[in-house]
Design a protein around this ligand. Structure first.
Ligand code: MN3
Length: 225
């Protein structure tokens, strides 16, 4: 083999290694346009949030797990494996990827309104009414100091409102309140600052216009199995 073809082979092998290392977690396509959630979530925020923030979590996650057993895990498996002993890079970026993937999926254009069926009954049973649930969720979202998420989760077959700091997730064994998320709201400033500045409560109120309750009902049914 000539030196040149050896070098060529070496570069190809390196490319393959780099490709495999970054191929574990990928961003799913957004199932609506960047401007589809306007005026509630503005186009520029969606572009930057989906196209830069979420992508950075994925890239940093793939970098962190390259060559490690975590590469073989599913997204749920990865998040459920994160404990207090995990590296901050794994915790923040693993959570960041899961949380954002989930967030894009529970929103959709021309949605909002009220939940129906089994989910609506469960909300009434566990919170008293839809309005009481919304007030509780808003309380969790406004009360989360700094960056984090507000959640509606299923815990022991009941619906519970909770919140997590940073990119933590209720599926992580380290979460203060553990359960399966069926609804989540990103309350990091990057999620709302361009459109709402410091008015996080206005962003939370607007969120109800883009919640895809059909998707939430589906997640609820799965979590109750
Ligand atoms: Mn975010």
């Amino acid at each position: 083999m000539t030196m040149k073809s050896f070098q060529h082979l070496f570069v190809m092998a390196l490319t393959l290694v780099a490709f495999q290392a970054s191929a574990q977690f990928k961003q799913a396509p957004l199932h609506y346009a960047f401007d589809a959630l306007q005026p509630h979530v503005d186009k520029t925020t969606m572009e930057i949030h989906y196209g830069r923030h979420h992508v950075a979590y994925i890239n940093n996650l793939n970098k962190e797990i390259a060559g490690k057993p975590e590469e073989k895990l599913s997204m749920d498996g990865l998040v459920k494996s994160i404990t207090k002993e995990s590296s901050p890079a794994l915790r923040n970026n693993g959570g960041g990827h899961w949380n954002h993937t989930f967030f894009w999926n529970i929103m959709a254009p021309n949605k909002g309104g009220m939940p129906s069926g089994v989910l609506a009954s469960a909300i009434n049973k566990d919170f008293g009414s839809f309005d009481e649930f919304k007030a509780k969720f808003k309380g969790a979202a406004t009360g989360r100091f700094g960056s984090g998420w507000a959640w509606l989760i299923v815990k022991d077959k009941k619906l519970v409102v909770t919140s997590t700091p940073n990119q933590d997730n209720p599926l992580m064994p380290l979460a203060e309140v553990q359960g399966t998320p069926v609804l989540g709201l990103d309350v990091w400033e990057h999620a709302y600052y361009l459109n709402y500045q410091n008015k996080r409560p206005d962003y939370i109120d607007a969120f109800w216009n883009v919640v895809n309750w059909d998707k939430v009902a589906e997640l609820y049914a799965t979590a109750m199995k």
